[in-house]
Structure formats: structure tokens, C-alpha cells
Ligand binder design. Structure first.
Ligand SMILES: [Fe+2]
Ligand SMILES: [Zn+2]
Length: 422
């Protein structure tokens, strides 16, 4: 293996051109928390055979960076938009055997590479390269230690993440903590929200864009006369546990419900939430064949409303490529089993009954009456919601709701995590 040690250059020896490039390396307002201060690159040795650069820091840490990755990760303004961080290099066009003509290390710990194919010069901050190494190690540790979502078992409502409206509206740190709870439990409560119409939008937009659907941006959940109601939700009937809009290509990731009015007997119009992930985990453990059927057989969800027909096929339980449960789709009102293949019909019903019975048996749910000023947010692909029926002559129940896209919510959480995670 042929190895070439890099040459070092002093600040005074830098060319003007290099300085102008170096100054454009993204400036970070604070040091990376995971890197001990005083850490710097001591040596960089290239392997022409392996097409990689072996970097050694002064604390003895070494890491081999493949050349193709280094070229792809040039963050100069020609290669990466400094504002949006969009990639300006055609990653697929980088030669796999890309090599450099020169590697140099500055006193300030920056690494400069001149690429052989086009003479492009890339400058890497030593801390940034080290952070890439630490990040991979951290992710690997996280992956190994990952306990997954906090599943609901005999949960009490007061153990669910709860915050006051004023605090999450004013403080990003408080919002971040509340959102971490939302991520863990798939459900979180905000109390003390003014029971005023459209206040929901103020809170929703603190986190994400409101997702517009056939029901509009904000929708009113209030009892309407049954002959004019466009949806069961807009009546006083009981609603079985369900997830919303399974008939859409992708059901909304999150739902918010803000209670504007709650008057009447305590046992009427009670809200009911259940953890679909906990029930799916139980099913996998205790009825693996039922779990297999519900994760592999797409079923049809359909709704005709406002002159449109929505229709989508999706399994009741969706798993990711690693087999982790990532979505639940249950809705008796819109389930349409008419096109399930003949041989799958009885196995499907047997499996579905077992799963739904678990959701309803009280072991993975909470029930409580929403009070005026309560605002609940939950993952619509994990947490099922429902309510007991009520007599509209005795009970006034008025909720305003909206949906948020899953990735809009996680993007907010990720941006807060970047600031507050250390
Ligand atoms: Fe619903
Ligand atoms: Zn570049």
C-alpha cells in the first residue's frame, strides 16, 4: 500500500486563494459539544490503493475517510448552498477512484485537498470532520440502546406529557421538552389554551404548517343534526377507536384537538385514546400469525364525501424495512373489505378481531373528559382516538381540530434538538 503523509503549512504560508476558500467554511456559533476542546488534527495520511484519507487527531483518534465521501462532502459555496445546505455537486458523477494531487494541513487544523480530476480545492474544518466521526458513533450507540417509543401500559392520563399554553408559546426550551414527550408517547397535552375559536391555529403554527384536507384547515367537531352531518364525527354518536383519513395516500401524521366547550354529565362525550403500537407489539408477541396477516395484507379504506370518492389500500399495521411497527390504520367507518382475496377473508377477520379486542380491552389506553382549554396532540399513525356518545340536549361538547404532516413536526423537533440537545 502506498501511503503519502500530508505536508503541513503555516498560516503565513497560505495562499490568498486558499484563505478565501477557508473563510467560507460554515462557521458554527458554538463548539461541538461532543468534541473535547483543544482537539485538533495531527496527521493525515492518504492511501492511494484504498482511495481514502486516514486522519489522526491529537487525542489518538483515527478515522479513514473514503475519497469519494470527502469530495461529496465539500461544503464550499460551489458545492453546497450555504443557506439551504442543498447539494450542488452531482454525487452520482464523482469518480469512485477519485484521487487528489495535494493534501495540506494548516496550523488552525484545517485540511485542504486539491482534487486531481478538476483541480477543485476543498477545505475541511478539523472539528467538523471529527464531529462526523462522533455523530456516526453516537448514532450507532443510540441504535443499540434504542428502546423505541414509550408504549402505553396501564397508563394514567396524568403521566402523559403535559405543559401550560403560556410556557410552550413563549419558551422554545419548554416547547422542545414537550415535543420530546410527544415523540416518546405519541401524545401530549397542553392545558390553559384560551377556549377561543381559531386559537388552535396559533399553537399549531408554532410547530408546523396546518395540513389542509377536504375538511379544511381547521374543522369543528360539534354535534350537528344527523341528517345534515357530513361525517359521523360531527354528530353526538359514540365513535369507536380509530385513526383518521386512512383512505388518503398517506394519513396525516399528527392531529390536534382543542376543547372550546365541555359541559354536561361526566360520563358523556368522554375522550378515549389507545396506543396502537403497544397493541401491535402484544399481537406480534402473542399471535404472530395474526400480526403477519395484518402487516402483509393491504385492505381498502373508502370515503365518499363532498362529491369526492377517496380510496386507498394499506395494511392495518405497517412495518419499516427492519420490521419495526411504524403505522397503524384502523377505522371501522371507512374500512371496506369487499376486495379482500377469498382465501384471506377468514384469516383477516380473525386477526383483525384479535387486534381490535386488544385495543379495546383497557390495557393500552386512557379515557378522560377533555376540559375547556385542553389541547391534545397525537400521532395519528400510532394513537387511536374515539369518544363515548352523548345527549346533545344535556352535553355541550365543542372541539376544534387540525392535522399536521408528520415530517413538518419532526423537522421542528430536529431544529430544536440542534439547539437544546446538549
Ligand atoms: Fe377521528
Ligand atoms: Zn467544493
Amino acid at each position: 500500500m502506498m501511503r503519502t503523509a500530508v505536508r503541513f503549512w503555516s498560516k503565513t504560508g497560505c495562499t490568498t486563494r486558499f484563505l478565501s476558500v477557508a473563510l467560507r467554511v460554515p462557521v458554527r456559533s458554538r463548539p461541538f459539544a461532543s468534541i473535547p476542546s483543544g482537539t485538533r488534527i495531527e496527521q493525515a495520511v492518504s492511501s492511494t490503493q484504498l482511495r481514502e484519507l486516514n486522519v489522526t487527531w491529537n487525542d489518538g483518534t483515527t478515522h479513514a475517510f473514503p475519497n469519494v465521501w470527502l469530495r461529496d462532502q465539500c461544503w464550499c459555496p460551489k458545492c453546497r448552498n450555504p443557506t439551504t445546505e442543498q447539494n450542488l455537486v452531482d454525487s452520482a458523477s464523482i469518480p469512485l477512484d477519485i484521487a487528489f494531487t495535494d493534501v495540506a494541513l494548516s496550523d488552525a487544523g484545517k485540511l485542504k485537498i486539491t482534487w486531481m480530476n478538476d483541480n477543485h480545492q476543498s477545505v475541511y474544518d478539523g472539528d467538523w470532520l471529527r464531529e462526523c466521526v462522533e455523530k456516526k458513533a453516537r448514532l450507532e450507540r443510540l441504535r443499540r440502546a434504542l428502546k423505541g417509543p414509550r408504549l402505553w401500559r396501564a397508563l394514567r392520563v396524568d403521566s402523559l406529557p403535559t405543559a401550560r399554553y403560556d410556557s410552550v408559546m413563549k419558551s422554545d426550551v419548554d416547547l422542545y421538552k414537550w415535543m420530546l414527550g410527544l415523540q416518546d408517547y405519541g401524545f401530549a397535552i397542553v392545558k390553559g389554551v384560551p377556549p377561543v375559536k381559531d386559537t388552535l391555529r396559533l399553537f399549531a403554527e408554532r410547530i408546523a404548517y396546518v395540513k389542509e384536507t377536504i375538511f379544511g384547515q381547521l374543522f369543528d367537531v360539534i354535534a350537528e343534526p344527523e341528517d345534515v352531518a357530513s361525517h359521523f364525527a360531527y354528530t353526538s354518536q359514540a365513535l369507536d377507536l380509530h385513526t383518521d383519513l386512512n383512505y388518503r395516500e398517506k394519513s396525516p401524521g399528527f392531529q390536534m384537538l382543542h376543547c372550546l366547550e365541555s359541559k354536561g354529565p361526566p360520563d358523556q362525550g368522554t375522550s378515549h385514546f389507545a396506543d396502537g403500537f403497544a397493541a401491535a407489539g402484544w399481537l406480534r408477541e402473542n399471535h404472530p400469525s395474526a400480526f403477519h396477516i395484518l402487516t402483509s395484507l393491504p385492505v381498502n379504506f373508502t370515503l365518499r364525501t363532498y362529491g369526492r370518492k377517496y380510496c386507498y389500500h394499506v395494511p392495518i399495521i405497517c412495518t419499516d424495512p427492519c420490521g419495526n411497527v411504524e403505522e397503524i390504520h384502523v377505522n371501522n367507518d371507512t374500512l371496506n373489505t369487499s376486495d379482500i382475496p377469498r382465501d384471506s377473508i377468514v384469516p383477516f377477520f380473525a386477526s383483525y378481531k384479535t387486534f381490535v379486542a386488544k385495543l379495546r380491552d383497557g390495557s393500552v389506553d386512557v379515557r378522560f373528559k377533555l376540559e375547556e382549554g385542553d389541547l391534545v396532540t397525537f400521532c395519528n399513525r400510532r394513537i387511536l382516538h374515539g369518544r363515548t356518545g352523548y345527549d346533545p340536549k344535556k352535553t355541550r361538547r365543542y372541539l376544534q381540530g387540525c392535522y399536521l404532516d408528520y415530517d413538518e413536526v419532526t423537522s421542528k423537533l430536529d431544529s430544536l434538538r440542534d439547539i437544546y440537545s446538549s
